[in-house]
Each structure stands twice: as C-alpha cells, then as structure tokens.
Design a protein around this ligand. Structure first.
Ligand SMILES: NC(=O)c1ccc[n+]([C@@H]2O[C@H](COP(=O)([O-])OP(=O)(O)OC[C@H]3O[C@@H](n4cnc5c(N)ncnc54)[C@H](O)[C@@H]3O)[C@@H](O)[C@H]2O)c1
Length: 248
C-alpha cells in the first residue's frame, strides 16, 4: 500500500459507518488523518467509530437535513477549527423499476440523499475551505451516472447530477486552493446490494470487463489520493474506477 500523508488533516466522511465510506475512513486514519465520520445510523456509526480508534469521531448527521449539517460543521469548527477534506459518500440505491413505473416518492428520496445531500454538504463546508485557502472535496458518483443503468433511473440521474455538481463547483473554486473531484465506481459488494434486485446486481457485473466487483479498498485508494495535498492540478475531474466499463 502506498503511504499518503494526512498528518494534521481533518476529514469528514459522510455515510462512513459502513461500506465504501468506512474503507475511506480507515485509509485516511492509517495515513494520519483525524476523521469525523458522519452517518444517519447511530448504532452502526458508534460501533464503526469505536473500531476505527481514537482518531475517529462519530457525528450523527442526516445529509438531507440542512440544520443537522450546519450543527456538525459548527461543532467541528469550534473544536478543531477546520475542515481539510470532505468526502461526500452517503448514498442509497433506491428501488429497481422501469422508469415509467418508478415511484415518485422513491425518485424524490434518491435525489434528495444522493444529489441534494452532497450539494448541502459542499454548501456548508466549501466557504470554510476557501477562507483557509485549502481543501479537497471528493464526491462518490457512480458509473451509472455516466452510462445510465436500466431500471435505476433515480440512482443514475442522481449520480449524473453529482458529476455535474463536481464540474461546476470545481470550476468555481479553481483559484481558491480547493480541489473538487469525483469518482465513478462500478459495483462494489456492500450493504447497498440489499436494496437492489438480484437481476440488477447480475446486470451490473455483466457490464464490467474485468468480470468482478470493485473492492472497497480499491475505491478508497483512489479517493484518498484525490483527497490528498498531492492532488493539486486536478479539479472538476471525473475519475473512472469501473474495471473497464466506462466508455468515456
Ligand atoms: N456499492 C456500490 O456498488 C457502489 C458503486 C458506485 C457508487 N457507490 C456509491 O458509494 C457510496 C457508498 O455506498 P456503499 O456501497 O458503501 O453503501 P452502504 O449502503 O454500504 O453505506 C452507505 C452509508 O450511508 C449512510 N447514509 C445513507 N443515507 C444517509 C443520509 N441521508 N445521511 C447520512 N448517512 C446516510 C448509511 O447509513 C450507510 O452507513 C454511495 O454514494 C453509493 O451510491 C456505491
């Protein structure tokens, strides 16, 4: 494993109680960071943060709730004075259904968590990074946002939105010392699979030329490099980690 230098850095990882977010939190801590793990599931969050050790802090936050985000940021600024890194990872899959039958409330919920959530977190954190003259934001999009997965319209559209959010904010902050990038992973076997149909999981695997699921540690490696100071001339970028699936 390559050694990254996050000594003295404070990172927020949303949805970090399990899966990809937890792997990112682990890698950041191994690299010297203090990680403020945000999640809406208190029981799982406290269990995971306990396992992560003394450089992890549990913060119960729902990324769809602007007040919950504001309180968490305010609290972090009061206690540690800064946010160096924001990883917008919290997300849900939503149901699998043909677009014409897709339940409207499910559409709205997926868009709210996956797209409005990162927007609200960027909105709350970016001004403090700009003021400090340094920051790294990494958004977890998906190859679904580039390719569009059938029977997953809300998820695919939300992740396409995350890609566009990344491009817009990256350009806006390009001269501020804050870099904003996103990654577009193919499917990783995490608890999010419980929300999907077996046919959908099989479909996703069938589209990956490497013929396997990506490991959460592989995603964490790319995300953590993008979150490091060494990533200094990439912003508004979309980084592929799809085992060869992405066609652009
Ligand atoms: N696993 C995959 O196949 C895959 C592929 C590409 C992208 N992604 C994306 O990676 C991210 C993480 O996925 P994962 O597979 O680790 O999922 P997961 O279900 O294992 O973990 C997601 C975490 O986010 C938390 N969360 C959900 N809604 C939240 C909210 N409103 N506020 C705060 N926390 C919330 C959950 O409690 C959970 O701990 C998601 O954005 C997902 O869309 C996943």
């Amino acid at each position: 494993m390559n050694q990254l230098d996050f000594n003295g850095r404070d990172a927020i990882v949303t949805g970090g109680a399990q899966g990809i977010g937890l792997a990112i939190a682990q890698r950041l801590i191994q690299s010297g960071a203090r990680v403020h793990v945000w999640d809406r599931d208190p029981a799982l969050l406290h269990q995971s943060v306990h396992a992560l050790g003394s450089n992890a802090t549990a913060v119960v936050v729902d990324v769809t709730d602007v007040h919950s985000i504001a309180m968490a940021v305010q609290n972090q600024l009061e206690h540690v004075g800064k946010v160096d890194v924001l990883i917008n990872n919290a997300g849900i899959a939503g149901v699998n259904s043909p677009t014409v039958d897709y339940p409207i409330d499910a559409w709205e919920q997926v868009l709210r968590v996956n797209l409005t959530g990162p927007f609200l977190c960027c909105r709350a954190v970016a001004p403090h990074m700009v003021k400090a003259g340094y920051g790294r934001i990494v958004n977890i999009a998906s190859v679904a946002g580039k390719e569009g997965n059938p029977n997953a319209v809300a998820y695919s559209a939300s992740k396409a939105g995350v890609i566009a959010l990344t491009k817009s904010l990256g350009k806006e902050l390009a001269q501020s010392g804050v870099c904003v990038n996103c990654v577009t992973p193919a499917a990783a076997k995490t608890a999010i699979f419980d929300q999907m149909s077996t046919q959908h999981i099989e479909y996703m695997l069938s589209k990956i030329p490497m013929n396997r699921f990506v490991k959460v540690e592989e995603i964490a490696a790319m995300v953590c490099w993008l979150a490091s100071a060494e990533c200094s001339f990439s912003t508004g970028g979309v980084f592929d980690i799809s085992g060869g699936r992405a066609t652009y």
